[in-house]
Design a protein around this ligand. Structure first.
Ligand code: ADP
Length: 451
């Protein structure tokens, strides 16, 4: 935090001011005593003048004159001492007021910095922290006080000092760096920016580091990127579907006719077998084409109010036999406030849930546990599906929502791409969450109708 230290300096100045004022009062008292003395001496001299014979009074009158002058001068000294005292009091007051204004300005600057959504850290030229605002403390979570310690010690989880050193070499004004901080169940992306700290004469006295939490922005950028890729692939898929569908239908018809002809001619089993293979392969190509079409179609959602708890439970019931045969434990936890009228396309949402559930089962051929949690907030419903399989590595995390990305020998890689598209059509989000073990998918659906 920014600190304002004025009390200490004022205390030492106050002692000096009080000392000077005391000196003035003492000087005033002594001078007044002097005045009183002069007045008494003048009375005595006047008495002398009256009693002495006329010719002897000349030296005494000279003395009386001297005393009058000294009296006048002492009055001047009194005025001087009084004015000095008043001046000291005024100066002390002005000093206090300027100190107060300085403290207010510093406190105001501190308030502005501590209300900022950005973390702001200042260091001296050697990387020793000179200040850090509230948001900076929240982001870096340092142990103990920060001011006076090196940036390296304060920022243990984020290598800010390395970044500062690199910046001092490159000195590129647009240089920013993203750091990822991982905690138990979530990941935070911090975007940092460095610049020099100059004094009023323009001399370099340190560095200012600004840190922003851009987790949400990075997530949105990722989703936008994913969407752009889909749009390109979507139009390609639409074109392919159109071009291949008709020849495939004709081929299928002719194979059918050929099969019937061969059956009538009682041809050998070997030829029939070969035809079956051709038919199976054609069915597979047809399946891939259907996938293409689903992916490419922007088809409108058929939205109806649905009891979301029941919908999820129906999909869970579908996978229970496969789960039992694989020794996978299915653990379900629904909050009691799940809406009965969530506006969704029932068929497509079932497709999404089933795909994620089946993926989880496929990730655990040797058994494990799937946990399905559904909770409702004011504006959305969240479904979290976690499994105890091998999980998804950081490198693959970016790719699994890409169409045709698969790590399975029999996979199409279209499942999650379609799921993501369907959920986006619902104005919701589908993401894979960071986790210590296994995979955790989170699906969020808004409770109000998408436009
Ligand atoms: P497919 O199932 O045909 O491979 P998907 O799009 O459904 O296609 O999945 C893409 C890839 O994502 C999978 O091949 C797999 O590598 C990964 N994946 C999906 N779900 C899980 C999971 N629960 N655990 C581990 N990996 C998963």
């Amino acid at each position: 935090m920014f600190r304002v230290e004025t009390q200490e300096s004022w205390r030492s100045y106050r002692a000096v001011v009080l000392g000077l004022l005391l000196l003035c009062v003492t000087a005033l008292a002594i001078t007044l005593w002097e005045l009183y003395d002069f007045a008494r001496e003048q009375v005595i001299i006047e008495e002398l003048i009256r009693t002495l014979p006329g010719e002897d009074t000349a030296p005494v009158e000279f003395l009386a004159d001297e005393l009058r002058w000294q009296f006048r001068l002492t009055i001047l000294v009194v005025i001087h001492v009084v004015l000095t005292g008043i001046a000291i009091a005024f100066l002390a007051r002005a000093y206090r007021t300027s100190q107060q204004s300085l403290r207010d300005i510093k406190a105001h600057a501190g308030d502005i910095l501590s209300s900022m959504e950005q973390g702001v850290i200042t260091t001296d030229l050697n990387g020793i922290v000179t200040s850090i605002n509230r948001r900076g403390l929240e982001m870096l979570r340092p142990a103990g006080d920060c001011v006076g310690r090196s940036l390296r010690e304060v920022s243990v989880h984020v290598p800010l000092d390395e970044f500062r050193n690199q910046w001092t070499i490159e000195r590129s004004s647009g240089m920013t760096r993203d750091f990822t901080m991982k905690s138990d169940d979530h990941k935070t992306v911090l975007r940092t920016f460095c610049q020099t700290l100059n004094d009023v004469d323009g001399a370099e006295i340190g560095f200012v580091l600004q840190i922003r939490d851009v987790t949400a922005r990075v997530l949105t950028e990722d989703r936008m990127l994913r969407m752009e890729r889909y749009m390109g692939l979507g139009s390609l898929a639409a074109g392919l579907h159109h071009e291949i569908k008709n020849p495939l239908a004709a081929l299928s018809l002719h194979v059918q006719l050929l099969e019937e002809q061969l059956e009538r001619d009682n041809s050998c089993g070997e030829v029939q077998g070969l035809l079956r293979i051709i038919k199976t392969e054609m069915a597979r190509v047809g399946g891939v084409l259907e996938g293409f079409r689903d992916f490419a179609s922007l088809g409108r959602l058929n939205l109806h109010p649905v009891n979301i708890g029941e919908l999820i439970q129906r999909q869970i019931d579908l996978i229970l036999p496969q789960a039992a045969s694989q020794s996978v434990d299915v653990n379900v936890q629904f909050s009691t406030n799940l809406p009965c009228d969530l506006p969704v396309d029932q068929v497509r949402l079932e497709q999404v849930l089933l795909n994620i559930f089946v993926n989880a089962l496929e990730a655990m051929p040797g058994g494990g546990r799937v946990r399905i949690e559904a909770t409702a907030e004011l504006a959305h419903v969240s479904v979290r599906i976690s499994d105890t399989g091998p999980g998804v590595s950081d490198q693959l995390r970016e790719k699994i929502f890409d169409p045709y990305f698969t790590t399975k020998s029999e996979g199409t890689g279209l499942g999650l791409a379609l799921c993501d598209k369907i959920i986006r059509q619902h104005n919701g989000t589908l993401d894979i969450q960071p986790s210590e073990s296994g995979a955790v998918f989170q699906l969020i659906l808004p409770t109000s109708l998408p436009n």
